[in-house]
Design a binder for this molecule. Structure first.
Ligand code: PGA
Length: 227
């Protein structure tokens, strides 16, 4: 699919705000495909009755169910019928010191449980980030290319460099691999990425937080030509 759009809420919002957002965006997403929202874990239950949006996860524990205080495990994701999980986001690599090996452990666990991992990689380290991944795992993951300088900065990457990086990622994995772009995506630049031959969708942080901005982005991007 060409137009996967994932709203990444990160650690934002409380239940009343999320309820309001879900009601508005779910309605606006009628007849659209491939749109997910990665909510903070405590609010997964609010997404039970969505008609048009899918619920995604922002992370998963690399451990099985058990004594791992503070972790949310794979069975708990399955309990909410999660089909997609972001892993290795640069904020997790930086703030929680997630190693490439740990990201690989999560990818393997997700794949073994039929949940699609979306592995975030950046411009400077993508080769090292993928080096520990055996080829079979590499080929089965989806990727989000997120240049460090564009995350939450308002400085989106130029589309030419995004296409080049998506090609590099595909060379490291498999041709036509699903690669999303993330980093200061908004309604004015979303199309410039979605129209790139090697980009299959977008991971949207800041611009997804207000329902009105995300709906605007959906309306600007979700059309027949891009489907
Ligand atoms: P941003 O975040 O859209 O706010 O740059 C993207 C991300 O980190 O996934």
């Amino acid at each position: 699919m060409k137009n996967l759009l994932i709203a990444n809420f990160k650690s934002h919002k409380i239940s009343s705000e999320i309820k309001d957002w879900l009601a508005k965006v779910d309605k606006a997403a009628v007849l659209k495909k491939g749109i997910s929202v990665a909510l903070p874990f405590p609010y997964f239950y609010l997404a039970q009755d969505l008609q048009n949006l899918a619920l995604a996860a922002q992370n998963v524990s690399p451990f099985p169910p058990g004594s791992y205080t503070g972790e949310v495990n794979i069975q708990q994701l399955k309990d909410f019928d999660i089909k997609t999980c972001i892993i290795g986001h640069s904020e997790r690599r930086k703030c929680f010191r997630e190693t490439n090996q740990r990201v690989l452990n999560k990818a393997d666990l997700l794949l073994a449980n039929d949940i699609q991992p979306i592995v975030c990689v950046n411009d400077k380290n993508y080769r090292t980030q993928l080096a520990v991944f055996p080829q079979k795992t590499r080929n089965s993951c989806f990727y989000a290319y997120e240049p460090q300088s564009s995350i939450g900065t308002g400085e989106s990457a130029d589309p030419e460099s995004v296409e080049k990086m998506a090609n590099f990622i595909q060379e490291e994995t498999t041709p036509n691999q699903t690669v999303l772009y993330g980093g200061s995506v908004d309604h004015t630049n979303a199309d410039s990425y979605l129209l790139l031959p090697s980009i299959s969708g977008l991971l949207v942080g800041s611009e997804s937080l207000e329902a009105i901005s995300f709906i605007n982005l959906l309306e600007k991007t979700q059309n027949e030509e891009l489907a």
